[in-house]
Design a protein around this ligand. Structure first.
Ligand SMILES: *[C@@H]1O[C@H](CO)[C@@H](O)[C@H](O)[C@H]1NC(C)=O
Ligand SMILES: *[C@@H]1O[C@H](CO)[C@@H](O)[C@H](O)[C@H]1NC(C)=O
Ligand SMILES: *[C@@H]1O[C@H](CO)[C@@H](O)[C@H](O)[C@H]1NC(C)=O
Length: 726
């Protein structure tokens, strides 16, 4: 019986392990597969290592610039060098937003843009601290026929004392011009301001100065945003349809020829390009011979189904160069085929669109089928993955679009410390990489694996003491914990973060042996203090511990060993889960033992010290204050932040049987039943502030008996654990 159980355990562990192993060695095994031989990862490792090699690829064209007699720079000659005041940006990159003029309230879309900036870490309310300025006058829609069009813009702007002819201003715009020519100017002199504008043409785009935006819908989510639709990578990746498009056509006027010609290619089999003439009120007056037939064909296809079942999707220009199709197609993981001659693609300064999109020529429409057929299966898969990466990192919410815009300017301002294109075009993207932390990429956890670099071989134990008193005896849990840590092969030093209201013991009373022990007393005694970066922490790994956890030395070493294989994740013992509760119409937090988990509590977990920086300096506003007012949920927040960046779950290690739970949370069940309720409240608060729940569920549990061992040879490596477990 006993033996049977053992084998069962062995088998299930094998299953878990192989799951973890294959997930992890995804690309490695792909390379061994003949089909995947051409498939490289998102970014070449060499790209990441040698920033400077690819830096010159940046499209900062150093054109000669001229200044006319009055010292005014002509619009088209504006560059960062002559139209931007770098001296305002010597400190942090901060953004000032003008107070709202109640006579001209912004549209709801522009209000979102302003709110996003005001709630962000970029915001400053002191204009003298600002590097760039954003108007509160709504410039998003400059179509004179639009209800959001603001009249007399120029006098209004010139009345602003900080305007300074637009210097260091960013002007956001989605629509300009109107029927019939849809001119690209905004109808007022923008002076030296940087235009962040949709549908901008290469002709009018001032390279290295303006920023091309994607056109986004009024309903585009403000924060969070839905993930890309691609949830598995089948190979070969061809879908039911080769090429698809469903949309309006205009019958006459600018931009109409392209869409009007699509029917030539429509064959109902693998190419489905359907258009409708129905739009506006007067479509019947202008309808042509094909309209009735086209409209009927159009109604046969569901847009969503078409998008999801097509390998390539056409993105033809609308009246203006950009179209909503672009973002829709990217999210669906359908490779965009662009038909908009002269369009400067969104964020072209930093995004390498050749990795995820194809250009077709509006004048050579009939060549499109041959062109897409010539793309081989591995290229398709690679491009599809890249669409998802770009969508998730820069486009899925207005917040990401606005932050990306600001980060492009911030990178220009930093000049020599700008992020490389490899960072922008690979996971987890530039918004996740804060150069204030380091400009050396191996200092970031998510690049280590692809660079083939191991994290530093030791860890710093950070013990949080919230309840302890001065009296430290041999039976105090803290005393025992420190003893166990001190015996660890990998520990570098022990830091005790003392937030208890009682006075801390002196360092020499704590039994660190030969391991240095430091007691740190944060002045604010905040429960977030345990996750704060500290100059004493010099290792990549932080082993975060509650004062009363009972981990053996083997368990500590095992956790750290596993973490070295997954340095971007939270790796630890006590796991928790969340789920949607219909009855409460909200998210619910649970410590019940379930198959899957989505959080690993930081009372006994290893994480990379970059996450301390993220927690302390990059938490979206409101999250940290929730932790400090509730004096709870810091561990939930840490899980949110890490999952939001890496889009992967934490890793749970298996526990000894007789200890149900290592975490101090167990204690709360007795002392404070409201604790769990509070945690569900936190979960919901975080979710609403972020706009979504980034947590991912996982079933993986790694067991010390089998982790990366040749089972028959080395079963006895973690002896202590086996003894206790059986
Ligand atoms: C098309 O997409 C829908 C929705 O994603 C899916 O249910 C359906 O199975 C797909 N059809 C084909 C033929 O792939
Ligand atoms: C696919 O196309 C790319 C680019 O044209 C080429 O480098 C690669 O060798 C091709 N792969 C296969 C398997 O044919
Ligand atoms: C980057 O980190 C610094 C502190 O090191 C912080 O002040 C800044 O707000 C962070 N940037 C972002 C965009 O979060």
């Amino acid at each position: 019986m006993q033996a049977k159980k053992r084998y069962l355990l062995l088998f299930s562990c094998c299953a878990f392990l192989s799951f973890g192993y294959f997930g992890y060695h995804h690309f490695k095994s792909q390379r061994q597969n003949r089909w995947y031989q051409q498939l490289s990862s998102y970014s070449d490792d060499a790209d990441i290592l040698h920033d400077e090699d690819i830096y010159p690829n940046r499209k900062f064209r150093s054109r000669r610039t001229s200044v006319d007699r009055d010292g005014l720079v002509p619009f088209s000659e504006c560059r960062m060098e002559n139209c931007f005041d770098f001296s305002r940006c010597t400190r942090d990159f901060k953004v000032y937003v003008y107070p709202i003029d109640d006579n001209v309230p912004p549209s709801s879309s522009y209000m979102k843009v302003l709110n996003i900036i005001q709630d962000s870490n970029y915001h400053t309310s002191d204009p003298s601290q600002a590097c760039v300025f954003v108007l509160s006058l709504d410039t998003l829609d400059r179509d004179t026929l639009s209800k959001d069009y603001v009249r007399n813009m120029l006098p209004r702007i010139q009345r602003l004392p900080l305007w300074n002819n637009g210097q260091n201003h960013i002007i956001f715009n989605l629509y300009s011009g109107t029927w019939p020519d849809y001119a690209e100017d905004l109808g007022f002199d923008v002076g030296k301001a940087i235009l962040a504008k949709a549908s901008i043409s290469i002709e009018n785009f001032r390279q290295g100065f303006d920023i091309s935006l994607p056109l986004f819908h009024k309903t585009h989510p403000e924060r969070g945003g839905e993930e890309g639709f691609l949830d598995s990578n089948k190979f070969p990746g061809t879908k039911k349809y080769l090429l698809a498009f469903k949309g309006k056509r205009y019958v006459y006027g600018i931009g109409s020829e392209t869409r009007n010609s699509l029917y030539h290619l429509h064959n109902e089999r693998d190419i489905v390009l359907v258009t409708t003439c129905k739009h506006g009120e007067s479509w019947k007056d202008h309808k042509d011979d094909r309209c009735d037939h086209d409209n009927a064909e159009y109604d046969r296809y569901d847009y969503e189904v078409l998008l999801r079942n097509s390998t390539f999707c056409l993105v033809p220009r609308g009246r203006r160069l950009g179209s909503f199709r672009f973002l829709e197609v990217m999210q669906a993981g359908c490779v965009p085929v662009l038909l908009a001659n002269g369009w400067e693609l969104p964020f072209s300064e930093v995004i390498d669109w050749s990795r995820s999109a194809l250009w077709a020529d509006e004048r050579l429409l009939l060549q499109v089928p041959d062109m897409v057929r010539s793309i081989n299966a591995s290229q398709i898969l690679q491009m599809r993955q890249q669409t998802q990466l770009m969508w998730n990192q820069y486009f899925s919410s207005i917040q990401k679009i606005v932050f990306s815009t600001l980060e492009i300017v911030a990178d220009r301002v930093r000049r020599h410390r700008a992020r490389s294109l490899a960072v922008w075009n690979s996971s987890p993207g530039a918004l996740a990489v804060n150069l204030s932390f380091s400009d050396y990429l191996p200092h970031f956890p998510f690049y280590l694996t692809s660079l083939g670099i191991s994290p530093s071989p030791r860890y710093t134990a950070v013990i949080s003491v919230t309840h302890g008193g001065t009296g430290l005896t041999q039976t105090t849990p803290l005393y025992k914990l420190v003893k166990n840590i001190a015996r660890s092969k990998f520990v570098e030093k022990i830091i005790v973060v003392w937030t208890s209201s009682q006075a801390p013991p002196t360092e020499n009373r704590i039994p660190g042996g030969s391991v240095p022990v430091h007691v740190v007393v944060p002045p604010d005694r905040s429960i977030s203090a345990r996750h704060r970066p500290h100059p004493l922490i010099t290792t990549d790994a932080v082993f975060s511990l509650d004062e009363d956890v009972t981990l053996t030395t083997d368990e500590l070493d095992f956790a750290f060993t596993v973490w070295r294989t997954f340095p971007e994740r939270i790796v630890g013992y006590p796991a928790r889960s969340h789920h949607w509760d219909d009855a409460k119409a909200g998210w619910s937090y649970t410590s019940r033992w379930t198959n899957s988990y989505s959080m690993v509590l930081t009372g006994a977990a290893v994480y990379h010290r970059y996450w301390q920086h993220v927690y302390t300096h990059q938490s979206p506003s409101g999250l940290l204050s929730t932790v400090s007012t509730t004096k709870n949920c810091d561990d939930i927040l840490m899980n949110f932040l890490v999952s939001a960046v890496i889009r992967r779950p934490p890793i749970k290690l298996t526990q000894r049987k007789q200890y149900k739970d290592y975490s101090s949370e167990a204690r709360w069940v007795w002392t404070d039943p409201s604790h769990f309720h509070q945690r569900s409240v936190c979960l919901n608060t975080f979710a609403s502030l972020l706009g979504h729940i980034p947590l991912k569920h996982s079933n993986l549990r790694l067991d010390p008996v089998l982790f990366k061992d040749k089972v028959s040879m080395q079963r006895k490596k973690y002896r202590q654990i086996e003894k206790i477990g059986s």
